[in-house]
Design a protein around this ligand. Structure first.
Ligand SMILES: *[C@@H]1O[C@H](CO)[C@@H](O)[C@H](O)[C@H]1NC(C)=O
Ligand SMILES: *[C@@H]1O[C@H](CO)[C@@H](O)[C@H](O)[C@H]1NC(C)=O
Ligand SMILES: *[C@@H]1O[C@H](CO)[C@@H](O)[C@H](O)[C@H]1NC(C)=O
Ligand SMILES: *[C@@H]1O[C@H](CO)[C@@H](O)[C@H](O)[C@H]1NC(C)=O
Ligand SMILES: *[C@@H]1O[C@H](CO)[C@@H](O)[C@H](O)[C@H]1NC(C)=O
Ligand SMILES: *[C@@H]1O[C@H](CO)[C@@H](O)[C@H](O)[C@H]1NC(C)=O
Ligand SMILES: *[C@@H]1O[C@H](CO)[C@@H](O)[C@H](O)[C@H]1NC(C)=O
Ligand SMILES: CC(=O)N[C@H]1CO[C@H](CO)[C@@H](O)[C@@H]1O
Ligand SMILES: [Zn+2]
Length: 457
């Protein structure tokens, strides 16, 4: 009976909340911004006033579980395809393709064959008849097919210049319609994280102040041009950053002469091709160091989703958090901060902030899979999603037009209300029992009308 009243009350609340559904107004432009290497806990460690203002008017996802390996290129392609690295084909910053015998590096990345195992959202949205733009996003300057607007990668182009061009593309002009989907990339705080290490508060404080200033610039530029509040904005990142140390080096040459394998990638995830006797090579690497795990390709754990692709080499070595793989005794620590490690590590996780007419205001969720952002973006743009590894199940809770119960909160509420009502009932019965006029047998307290309650089935 009590449950029925409660359910009735909740349904009423649902109806009120969904009354002003803006879905019929059609999609609004979407701007996706990535600040490379923005570790989730920077948000707690540094002030970030502009970013806080942005998500206070929208949604914050405190941690994104990104994809393995936790490097820039794989994760940026996952954000715009919703696929794990094994399914989109961008598996690392250094790759070798055994079919074409080609080599990929981040500075030689424009051969379309590397990118053609998946289709990024700026192309899918183009096929839906929209104009799109991709500014310096990995894969955006691939030669045989691009977004409507892009610029070839050039780290000398400032954030302000990237933003200025992007705003122009979003606005459009008499001749050219504005873009519906825009992706914007910026190198910080990744660059500072590598150089100084994420634990250096002085250096990271400075880098994050600059990032926050850039977010302020973005908000004021969108405001100035009348776009703020009319478009949806997502601010996110590809991965976090771990502190490295000269005391945490793994020297491969101590275990095995480098003549025994061909190296495709080195740290923190090494990709190696044994030259001969794969078993002997693997055994030596397997017992090489307590802070490094070796896998033959077929034994790479399912949860990493990093096995089913030609471009994954026969042996991979995964260093523990904060450890660096090098070759010789004389090799120095290459970077004070690094990423690429296991994607279950919180230090590898980025965040997501969202604001705009489609999003709830002042809402928070603790975590989301980064592959879920793609189906969310397709939903926002009403673009048919390509096959992907994400779902809308959790991400839809971020949307203003969706009703989505926070399960722990609702369970707490239901239990709380039941407790209060039960207490009142008992008190009432107890008091009437004590009244000399009508004492009642205690058995009457047992509730017997719950036979047809759907919630109890
Ligand atoms: C619904 O939203 C629109 C636009 O935000 C607003 O103009 C209108 O007053 C709202 N309607 C109700 C019933 O709240
Ligand atoms: C870039 O990679 C292609 C293969 O994809 C190769 O043919 C070419 O030589 C490489 N260029 C440089 C400068 O390494
Ligand atoms: C671009 O190149 C890829 C790989 O070579 C190919 O699969 C794809 O069809 C090409 N696309 C266009 C539009 O030419
Ligand atoms: C667009 O970027 C170029 C650099 O490629 C820069 O010179 C130009 O000023 C930018 N445009 C705007 C409007 O900011
Ligand atoms: C932190 O970074 C600053 C540069 O911003 C540098 O001067 C300082 O030595 C670094 N501190 C440590 C402990 O590495
Ligand atoms: C946008 O501009 C208006 C008027 O100048 C100002 O009141 C508002 O705070 C600005 N909003 C943002 C998010 O910058
Ligand atoms: C990810 O999605 C692709 C495309 O639908 C599919 O081929 C692949 O099996 C999926 N991976 C997992 C682990 O479900
Ligand atoms: C296991 C294995 O193949 N070891 C070889 C590694 O390379 C050195 C130097 O070329 C050889 O002497 C080892 O036999
Ligand atoms: Zn990096």
């Amino acid at each position: 009976m009590l449950l029925k009243i409660l359910v009735g009350f909740l349904c009423g609340a649902t109806a009120v909340a969904t009354e002003n559904n803006t879905a019929h107004q059609g999609p609004v432009p979407l701007l996706l911004v990535s600040f490379d290497g923005f570790r989730a806990d920077y948000l707690q460690r540094f002030p970030m006033p502009n970013l806080k203002l942005l998500y206070s008017q929208g949604v914050l996802v405190e941690q994104l579980t990104n994809v393995f390996i936790t490097k820039t290129f794989p994760n940026h392609y996952s954000l715009v395809t919703g696929l794990y690295a094994e399914s989109h084909g961008i598996l690392a910053s250094s790759m070798y393709d055994p079919v074409s015998h080609k080599h990929f590096t981040t500075s030689n990345d424009t051969d379309p064959m590397w990118w053609s195992e998946a289709q990024p959202l700026w192309l899918t949205a183009l096929d839906s008849g929209y104009k799109t733009a991709a500014m310096m996003w990995p894969g955006s300057d691939v030669v045989n097919r691009t977004a409507t607007h892009f610029l070839p990668y050039n780290s000398d182009v400032t954030f302000q210049q990237r933003l200025g061009n992007m705003t122009k593309w979003l606005l459009g002009n008499e001749k050219e319609q504005g873009v519906m989907f825009a992706a914007l990339y910026w190198e910080e705080p990744d660059r500072s994280g590598h150089m100084f290490g994420p634990d250096n508060n002085t250096a990271m404080g400075k880098a994050l102040k600059e990032v926050d200033d850039n977010i302020g610039l973005l908000m004021s530029e969108l405001n100035r041009t009348g776009l703020w509040g009319r478009i949806n904005v997502l601010i996110t990142s590809d991965h976090g950053m771990a502190q490295c140390s000269a005391d945490r080096l793994i020297r491969l040459d101590d275990c095995l002469h480098p003549d025994n394998y061909t190296q495709v990638d080195l740290t923190p995830v090494a990709a190696l091709i044994p030259n001969k006797d794969p078993k002997a090579v693997f055994d030596l690497l397997n017992k090489c160091h307590p802070h490094m795990t070796a896998y033959v390709k077929k034994a790479i754990p399912d949860r990493l989703h990093y096995r089913n692709n030609e471009r994954i080499q026969p042996i991979i070595l995964i260093a523990d958090e904060g450890w660096t793989i090098v070759h010789r005794k004389t090799d120095k620590l290459p970077r004070l901060g690094d990423h690429g490690y296991d994607n279950s590590l919180p230090s590898m996780h980025p965040f997501l902030a969202a604001t705009g007419p489609s999003f709830r205001q002042g809402y928070r969720i603790s975590s989301l899979q980064s592959v879920d952002i793609y189906p969310l973006m397709c939903h926002l743009l009403s673009v048919p999603a390509q096959p992907n590894n994400g779902t809308l199940t959790q991400a839809r809770c971020m949307l203003a037009a969706e009703t989505c119960w926070d399960v722990p909160l609702m369970v707490g509420l239901v239990v709380g209300v039941l407790l209060v009502l039960t207490t009142i009932t008992f008190l009432f019965r107890f008091l009437s029992y004590r009244r000399p006029s009508g004492p009642r047998p205690f058995q009457r307290l047992q509730v017997d009308d719950d036979d047809d309650d759907p919630l109890l089935e």
